[in-house]
Design a binder for this molecule. Structure first.
Ligand code: 2BA
Length: 107
């Protein structure tokens, strides 16, 4: 058995979870925060058979879209300094980890 940990954009979360459910995958949705942008995102936990991992990843990929976001080039605020220019970062899509599950119990 495998566990997919999928960090996805908050704006895609409903579409992804709906599509997963429609395809027969159970998922648990956690509200999370990215450590870099400190913006809300969503982490999905999906337990499944190894043979179904590719299908689940395809469903997630289909409904996750990367976005460009502007952030300050520096967070240092130095008195009398020019305001830092913004830089563009590309926020995925989805960040996915697939891990082995040693044991699964469901009571
Ligand atoms: P954040 O940590 O808020 O990162 C948002 C986006 O900021 C990243 O998009 C990336 O484009 C940029 N970024 C992150 N760290 C950076 C750095 N040190 N320097 C410059 N730019 C940086 P994604 O890579 O698509 O990541 C989206 C979210 O996925 C992340 O939100 C984080 O919550 C999660 N994530 C990404 N990689 C991860 C990893 N290796 N382990 C755990 N979570 C991860």
């Amino acid at each position: 058995m495998k566990l997919i940990i999928a960090i996805i954009n908050r704006d895609d979360a409903n579409a992804v979870t709906r599509a997963l459910s429609k395809s027969g995958f159970s998922s648990t949705r956690l509200s999370t925060t990215g450590g870099f942008l400190m913006a809300g995102n969503v982490t999905l936990l999906i337990g499944l058979e190894e043979s179904k991992v590719s299908h689940a990843l395809e469903v997630i990929r289909e409904h996750s879209h990367s976005r460009k976001q502007m952030i300050p080039a520096s967070t240092d605020v130095t008195p009398n300094a020019y305001a830092p220019a913004n830089v563009e970062v590309t926020v995925g899509g989805a960040t996915i980890f697939v891990v082995d599950v040693d044991r699964y119990e469901h009571f």
